[in-house]
Design a protein around this ligand. Structure first.
Ligand code: IPE
Ligand code: IPE
Ligand code: MG
Length: 253
C-alpha cells in the first residue's frame, strides 16, 4: 500500500484556494471502493484500503480550503449485510488510519468526532476512535466526523425515544418543542447542517445518510469512484457549490 504523507506543505504553494462562499460543512458519501477494486481484478478490500488514501488527500484539501466540518460516511447500519470478511476488513481501517495519521491530524489542529452507534462496533475500532476524540478534543481547526455504523432512521428513532423520555420527565415541553430542540437529540447536535453533500461512485441516492440534516443541502454527484476521487475533483465540487443559488424556499431579492 502506498501511504500518502499528510504534510500540507506538499500542496502546490502557488495554488490559490478560494475562500469566498466556501461550504462550511461538507458531507461525503464515499462510494465505489468495491467497484474500483473489481475493475482491476483485485479483491474488494483493496478498494477500501485505497479509499483510505483518498481520505487523507481530501482531509488535507479541506483544511487548505478552510472547510470547517467534514463528515465522512464510512460504514452504514446497512453495511452489516455484507460478507463477514469485508465487514471485518472495513472495521479495522479506522484503527489503522489513526495509528498512522493521528499525530499529523493533531499537528494540523483537526478535531475528530464520530456519529453513529458506536456500541455495536468491535472494541478495537471504538477504542481507536474514542482515543482520537479525546486527544483532539481541544483542537479548533477542521472538525472531522466519521459516520460509523451510522443510519439516519436509527438516529431519528433514537432521538425520538430520548426526547419522549424527556417530555415524560417534564424536562421538555411538547407544546414548545421546535426543530432546533429536536436537532439537539441527533448525533449531529450542535453541528451546522451540511452545506454541500458529495456522493462519489455514480449512485444517486442517500443510502440512509443524514436525512434530517440534508433538508436544504446542495448535492454534488460524481461518477468517479472514491479511490480515484482527487483534490482537483473536490475543489471542483466546492467551486460548483459557490455557483449555486440557495433560496431556502424564498425568492431572490
Ligand atoms: C463504499 O464503497 C464503502 C463502504 C460502503 C464501506 P463500496 O464498498 O460500497 O463500493 P461499491 O459501491 O460496491 O463499488
Ligand atoms: C453508502 O454506500 C454507505 C457508505 C458509503 C458508507 P453503499 O454502497 O452501502 O450504498 P448502497 O448500497 O449503494 O445504497
Ligand atoms: Mg457502494
Amino acid at each position: 500500500m502506498k501511504i500518502p504523507f499528510f504534510n500540507t506543505n506538499q500542496l502546490e504553494e502557488s495554488f490559490h484556494y478560494p475562500e469566498d462562499n466556501t461550504p462550511e460543512h461538507v458531507a461525503i458519501i464515499m462510494d465505489g471502493n468495491g467497484r474500483w477494486a473489481e475493475n482491476q481484478g483485485l479483491p474488494r478490500a483493496a478498494g477500501h484500503q485505497e479509499g483510505v488514501s483518498t481520505i487523507v488527500k481530501i482531509v488535507k484539501t479541506a483544511i487548505k480550503s478552510k472547510v470547517k466540518v467534514l463528515t465522512l460516511y464510512a460504514f452504514s447500519t446497512e453495511n452489516w449485510k455484507r460478507p463477514r470478511h469485508e465487514i471485518d476488513f472495513i472495521l479495522k481501517l479506522p484503527k489503522e488510519f489513526l495509528s498512522i495519521y493521528l499525530p499529523e491530524l493533531i499537528a494540523q489542529n483537526v478535531r475528530i468526532d464520530a456519529i453513529g452507534d458506536m456500541n455495536a462496533l468491535p472494541f478495537f475500532t471504538r477504542e481507536a476512535i474514542q482515543h482520537a476524540i479525546e486527544r483532539t478534543g481541544d483542537n479548533d481547526g477542521l472538525q472531522l466526523n466519521f459516520a460509523l455504523n451510522y443510519g439516519s432512521r436509527h438516529e431519528i428513532l433514537n432521538a425520538m425515544k430520548t426526547m419522549i423520555g424527556d417530555i415524560n420527565k417534564g424536562k421538555l415541553s411538547l407544546d414548545e418543542l421546535n426543530e432546533q430542540q429536536f436537532s439537539g437529540y441527533l448525533y449531529t447536535a450542535g453541528v451546522k447542517d451540511p452545506d454541500l453533500l458529495i456522493r462519489t461512485g455514480g449512485e444517486k441516492r442517500l443510502s440512509n445518510f443524514l436525512l434530517w440534516q440534508l433538508a436544504y443541502t446542495e448535492f454534488w454527484f460524481t461518477d468517479v469512484l472514491w479511490p480515484d476521487f482527487s483534490e482537483k475533483e473536490f475543489l471542483h465540487a466546492l467551486e460548483k457549490y459557490r455557483q449555486r443559488e440557495r433560496r431556502y424556499g424564498g425568492i431572490l431579492k
